[in-house]
Design a protein around this ligand. Structure first.
Ligand code: HEC
Length: 125
């Protein structure tokens, strides 16, 4: 029995592509660090409900979910928008670290996983 389980484990590992994104891990990071502002479904806030002059929390689903990795990373780690301008409210996670795990600095893998997760929330559009 023990041998059988061992073989199944090896099979499961070798069936996973080497650089596959971990959507579940990305979902955990998203829910712990992003959903509080961007919403459980990455929906953000529509223009109509945000008062003039206030910073609008952007929709991620179907939008920046599909940005090039480097641009998306720069938003999360450096707090830069897709025009290279500093954002105003979005936390600079590369400096302040995650809420959970507290103070953890996002790695490239984390950011790929988060982006893979939010891609599951809506198609590109
Ligand atoms: C405190 C609220 C808050 C949290 C938490 C937060 N964001 Fe944001 N985010 C914003 C706001 C507000 C903007 C709009 C830009 C600004 O701040 O000026 C934004 C913008 C963005 C953008 C750019 C979107 C665009 O279309 O321009 C991305 C990408 C993004 N956030 C991803 C994330 C991810 C991923 C996380 C979690 C790791 C996260 N945000 C956590 C508030 C937040």
């Amino acid at each position: 029995m023990k041998t059988y389980l061992g073989a199944a484990f090896v099979l499961a590992i070798s069936a996973t592509p080497l650089f596959a994104q971990d959507v579940a891990a990305g979902g955990d990071l998203y829910n712990d660090n992003c959903a509080i502002c961007h919403g459980n479904k990455g929906e953000g806030y529509p223009k109509e409900v945000v008062p003039d002059g206030a910073v609008r929390i952007k929709k991620l689903a179907g939008d920046s979910a599909y940005w090039d990795f480097a641009v998306f990373k720069s938003a999360v780690v450096d707090g830069m928008d897709d025009h290279g301008k500093p954002m105003r409210v979005m936390p600079v996670f590369g400096k302040v670290g995650y809420f959970t795990p507290a103070g953890g600095i996002p790695t490239d893998d984390d950011i790929k996983n988060i982006q893979a997760y939010i891609q599951t929330l809506a198609p590109k559009g």
